[in-house]
Ligand binder design. Structure first.
Ligand SMILES: *[C@@H]1O[C@H](CO)[C@@H](O)[C@H](O)[C@H]1NC(C)=O
Ligand SMILES: *[C@@H]1O[C@H](CO)[C@@H](O)[C@H](O)[C@H]1NC(C)=O
Ligand SMILES: *[C@@H]1O[C@H](CO)[C@@H](O)[C@H](O)[C@H]1NC(C)=O
Ligand SMILES: *[C@@H]1O[C@H](CO)[C@@H](O)[C@H](O)[C@H]1NC(C)=O
Ligand SMILES: *[C@@H]1O[C@H](CO)[C@@H](O)[C@H](O)[C@H]1NC(C)=O
Ligand SMILES: *[C@@H]1O[C@H](CO)[C@@H](O)[C@H](O)[C@H]1NC(C)=O
Ligand SMILES: *[C@@H]1O[C@H](CO)[C@@H](O)[C@H](O)[C@H]1NC(C)=O
Ligand SMILES: *[C@@H]1O[C@H](CO)[C@@H](O)[C@H](O)[C@H]1NC(C)=O
Ligand SMILES: *[C@@H]1O[C@H](CO)[C@@H](O)[C@H](O)[C@H]1NC(C)=O
Ligand SMILES: *[C@@H]1O[C@H](CO)[C@@H](O)[C@H](O)[C@H]1NC(C)=O
Ligand SMILES: *[C@@H]1O[C@H](CO)[C@@H](O)[C@H](O)[C@H]1NC(C)=O
Ligand SMILES: *[C@@H]1O[C@H](CO)[C@@H](O)[C@H](O)[C@H]1NC(C)=O
Length: 843
């Protein structure tokens, strides 16, 4: 019996909102030869709707239709004409006979052969077959018609993403949109976005999503919510994506509304009633969601309950859940992010040591279905950290790396930061355990210590925005690359990026070279203007994690200290005189970091406390390195605007405008970063910049130096975040402010920047004039447009630059800024800068 269908065609997407991300299947021009060479039939070796192989058939049909405007027939049984055949090895061999020359496939692995009569896309399992279909479509969409025959297998079986979504629909460290899963305490009814997310994830071979915040809420376990979670699992299952949940350790005492459990007075993991409680919950979940992935647990961390409350070990806490999951093949991900608040006045206290201190003694005590989820560095997703030594310390325990696609400390999707070059500093790091090669990627794959489970988890926090899923089109490269590296971490960041560029923006060579250059320069640039030499990201660590606030690292118990004073800076983590964090590494790595001579410059302040005048391997002093790198990082960020502008007309205007809006923002904010950090350390050390830039801004007109009407001079929350330490605000929230000044720069053409403060609590209106010629108006509305964390203060989070390009200015012209306040936002202005066009000056 032959069952073939000519499916209704799907329209080619015209509007480029970014919603399709890298799965646009954009029409390829000039591909008619290939079009006729492609088979007319797609043979799908599973006709059950909702199976991943069925999904693969739909994707192949729709993709080929969209890319080539070619309709294929979809068949669910053997076809004698040449066909594109997709299915599992077992089904393929049943229908077509034994496969020739196919290497052994691991779970989720696949074989892709485009050389023969039939194109074979054969998975070890259904998920593998779907991955193979996406791989083939990715080649076609990139115009890659090479004949290939190869097998590929995952480096780790854990390829998960984490969503920090709260039950009320907010997302912790989510930048600009609501949850696609939850609202008002329950699971949303419309799961369209959840299904689209699963499709994106499957296309980069992610196999599970933990849908709720690690700071979990026990109400997730109510009978109603478990039903809701099962609806999420239903829409993700066709893509082979499983669903998991974060747990609140104290749930048994929190009156969970689920008839399978009753409220207890304890959550002691060794208490029999607690064991029964979690067994009931887990049994209940699997009876409703048979392919449930498992649990993620953040315990005894940052206020979360955990086994330590009952003097039980973390392993006893973990095994409580692992035992209940074991009969179902479920996995427990247990986070290593456990630390106590510390006392900075004690020179040898060190938060970086916490993970090894807590977990190394428990090695071998965790069950085999448990994976310790370890942040890449020992502190918290900083712009550069050394590799977590915990990867070297667990030989009889499964380990996975925790990465963060959400740019929590890395610009919150308002700064372009392509993250894989950062991730690779850890994935490719050789810990040399027992003096043998022990590269992190081979530890988390399970290979180095011969572990059954391992892999990667990334905090993504995709959200419900109108267009793109991370709030920024360019930030999507990080999600794409995360999936690619979770599958095979030996891949290099640049070619992976280039696949993403072609899939997202098409094949134009200028787009490819430009977005490659911007992206590859982006992490080094951000590193340079946020926090270099291993000092950590100098953001406000207490609240926003966004703008500059070096002082916030100090005088609190969080242990992200820099120990900066007027003479010296850096954490002494040596064993000879410091915290002996270096001693947590295997001998060869320990020796490298213990000695200041062999510590690389880029981690010097992580491991050593040195004078500001200490001379680096580079030949520069620490302080001059700071000044120079903050200048060069910000200068690079300015070029992203001109680089992107060179693509005007080559990218649809909707996405181009969104990207340009963010690059302009970053260009301005990188200067806020540069000046805040440099001014802060200059004021602290009083060591001048060799190049005379720090504290000297010859092309600026300070707002407080202007003639003010309706405006008054104001201090700011952090002196270093305003040029010359002060700003202007309107005298009341119903008074329009006018600030004027006679321009005494030479006549010429200028790019003009107006630095203002954009806060929560109001949308001020600003206008700028030269001799009553209006340059333009803008609004202080970042709370609705950018998505980064805001504050109510004049500080490094809110200081923002508005740009006017190529303005004709005459010496003696009058500059005028008019600010109309709104509610709590008093139209604050910091300064106006005049940059001679073409001069390369970045003041
Ligand atoms: C085409 O795709 C194959 C398989 O992914 C890859 O090995 C090859 O490098 C690609 N060719 C080009 C020109 O990108
Ligand atoms: C949440 O509740 C509010 C108020 O009852 C309602 O307006 C809103 O539509 C609800 N949101 C969803 C997604 O159900
Ligand atoms: C947990 O969720 C419930 C229901 O949405 C909410 O009322 C409660 O405030 C949440 N608890 C925490 C600690 O967020
Ligand atoms: C577990 O479920 C059983 C019935 O299935 C019930 O009798 C028992 O009370 C439950 N245990 C807890 C601790 O909720
Ligand atoms: C559950 O028990 C705890 C004590 O362990 C109590 O504080 C809480 O109010 C109870 N909740 C309900 C809904 O009964
Ligand atoms: C845990 O141990 C400490 C010190 O040994 C003791 O003071 C405390 O009461 C114990 N807590 C519990 C819940 O057993
Ligand atoms: C300082 O911290 C170290 C390491 O935590 C600890 O062993 C030592 O007792 C502390 N010293 C004082 C004076 O508290
Ligand atoms: C050694 O540690 C002390 C604090 O205990 C510190 O003051 C001193 O600067 C350190 N010495 C060196 C050479 O780093
Ligand atoms: C650091 O500076 C102090 C004060 O100027 C000086 O006494 C000390 O010798 C310097 N240390 C090094 C290692 O140069
Ligand atoms: C910096 O700010 C603080 C607190 O706002 C203020 O007390 C201090 O005088 C300022 N210092 C300078 C040098 O402006
Ligand atoms: C400059 O340093 C002094 C003392 O070291 C401090 O009081 C002041 O707040 C600092 N000013 C700025 C702008 O950081
Ligand atoms: C001024 O601010 C207050 C307090 O935020 C607010 O109640 C009032 O409506 C504001 N007035 C105007 C004109 O925005």
């Amino acid at each position: 019996m032959r069952i073939c269908f000519l499916l209704a065609s799907v329209g080619v997407a015209v509007a480029e909102t970014g919603i399709d991300a890298w799965l646009r299947y954009a029409p390829l021009t000039g591909s008619s030869v290939v079009h006729s060479a492609l088979p007319n039939n797609v043979v799908v070796l599973n006709s059950s709707q909702g199976s991943p192989v069925y999904t693969a058939g739909q994707e192949l049909h729709n993709g080929i239709k969209s890319i080539f405007d070619k309709s294929t027939r979809v068949c669910y049984s053997k076809e004698t004409k040449s066909a594109l055949v997709v299915g599992t090895v077992a089904e393929y061999e049943k229908v077509y006979g034994a496969l020739q020359n196919v290497p052994e496939l691991a779970p989720d692995g696949f074989w892709l052969d485009t050389t023969g009569f039939n194109i074979q896309i054969v998975g070890q399992d259904e998920r593998g077959a779907l991955y193979g279909a996406f791989e083939y479509l990715s080649m076609l969409a990139q115009g890659n018609f090479t004949k290939v025959a190869y097998a590929t297998n995952p480096a780790g079986n854990i390829r998960w993403v984490n969503q920090w979504d709260n039950m009320d629909g907010s997302i912790e460290r989510g930048y600009g949109g609501a949850s696609i899963f939850f609202a008002n305490g329950t699971v949303v009814s419309d799961l369209t976005r959840a299904a689209q997310y699963a499709r994106l994830l499957a296309s980069v071979r992610i196999n599970a999503v933990v849908i709720n915040n690690v700071n979990a809420n026990s109400t997730t376990l109510s009978a109603e919510n478990i039903q809701g979670v099962s609806r999420i699992a239903d829409v993700m299952r066709p893509y082979g994506v499983q669903v998991g949940l974060s747990l609140d350790f104290a749930s048994p005492t929190e009156g969970v509304q689920n008839p399978v459990v009753h409220n207890l007075t304890t959550y002691d993991p060794l208490d029999e009633s607690v064991v029964q409680w979690w067994t009931n919950i887990t049994d209940n979940i699997y009876s409703i969601i048979p392919d449930f992935a498992g649990y993620l647990v953040k315990a005894d961390s940052e206020g979360q309950a955990g086994p330590l409350v009952y003097n039980r070990t973390l392993a006893q806490g973990a095994n409580l859940f692992a035992k209940t999951l074991e009969p179902y093949g479920g996995t427990l991900m247990y986070r290593a992010f456990v630390y106590n608040l510390l006392n900075e006045s004690n020179w040898t206290e060190d938060r970086a040591k916490a993970a090894v201190d807590f977990f190394q003694p428990l090695d071998g005590q965790f069950m085999d279905n448990t994976v310790i989820q370890i942040k890449y560095g020992p502190i918290d997703f900083q712009v550069r950290e050394p590799t977590s030594p915990l990867f070297a310390s667990l030989r009889e325990t499964n380990a996975a790396i925790e990465l963060e696609v959400a740019q929590e400390y890395l610009g919150q999707q308002c700064h372009l930061v392509y993250l894989p070059p950062l991730w690779k500093t850890v994935l490719d790091f050789d810990l040399q355990v027992d003096n043998e090669s022990s590269v992190v990627r081979n530890i988390i794959s399970g290979q180095r210590f011969n572990r059954p489970l391992g892999g990667s988890a990334a905090v993504v926090n995709t959200m419900l925005t109108n267009n793109v899923r991370l709030g920024s089109n360019l930030a999507m490269s990080n999600l794409y690359a995360y999936g690619r590296l979770a599958w095979d971490a030996t891949q290099e960041p640049e070619p992976v990026l280039q696949d993403w560029i072609r899939l997202t923006f098409g094949l134009h060579p200028r787009i490819l070279s430009t977005i490659t250059q911007m992206s590859m320069e982006s992490w080094p640039a951000y590193l340079n203007y946020s926090g270099n030499l291993g000092i950590q990201t100098l953001t406000d660590i207490l609240y926003t994690h966004f703008g500059p606030n070096p002082a916030s690292q100090e005088l609190n118990g969080y242990g992200q200290w820099t120990r900066a004073d007027s003479l010296s800076v850096g954490m002494d983590r040596t064993c000879s005189n410091g915290t002996c964090y270096s001693g947590q590494y295997p001998p060869k790595v320990y020796e490298m970091y213990e000695s200041i001579e062999t510590t690389p410059d880029d981690l010097i302040l992580w491991f050593h406390h040195v004078n500001w005048t200490h001379v680096l391997h580079s030949g520069k002093t620490v302080i001059q390195h700071f000044y120079d790198s903050h200048y060069s990082g910000a200068a690079t960020a300015q070029t992203f605007v001109t680089q992107l502008a060179s693509l005007s007309g080559l990218i649809d205007s909707e996405r181009y405008n969104e990207m340009m809006y963010r690059q302009l923002y970053q260009a301005g904010h990188s200067i806020v970063w540069r000046d805040s950090v440099n001014d802060y350390y200059y004021n602290m050390t009083l060591i001048p910049d060799d190049h005379g830039r720090v504290g000297h801004h010859p092309w600026r007109i300070e707002a407080e130096a202007m003639a003010l009407d309706g405006y008054r001079i104001s201090g700011v929350a952090l002196n270093e975040t305003a040029s010359n330490k002060s700003a202007i605000v309107t005298v009341s929230n119903s008074t329009t402010g006018i600030a004027t000044h006679i321009i005494d720069f030479p006549s010429g053409r200028y790019d003009i920047g107006v630095n203002y403060f954009d806060l929560y609590g109001g949308v001020s209106n600003f206008s700028a004039y030269v001799n009553n010629r209006k340059l333009g108006s803008w609004q202080g509305n970042a709370e609705f447009t950018l998505g980064h964390e805001l504050t109510y203060f004049l500080d490094g989070n809110s200081n923002t630059r508005h740009h006017f390009f190529d303005v004709d200015v005459k010496e003696g012209d009058e500059l005028k800024i008019v600010g109309v306040p709104d509610q709590m936002e008093a139209a604050p202005v910091d300064y106006v800068v005049f940059l001679p066009v073409g001069s390369g000056i970045v003041d």
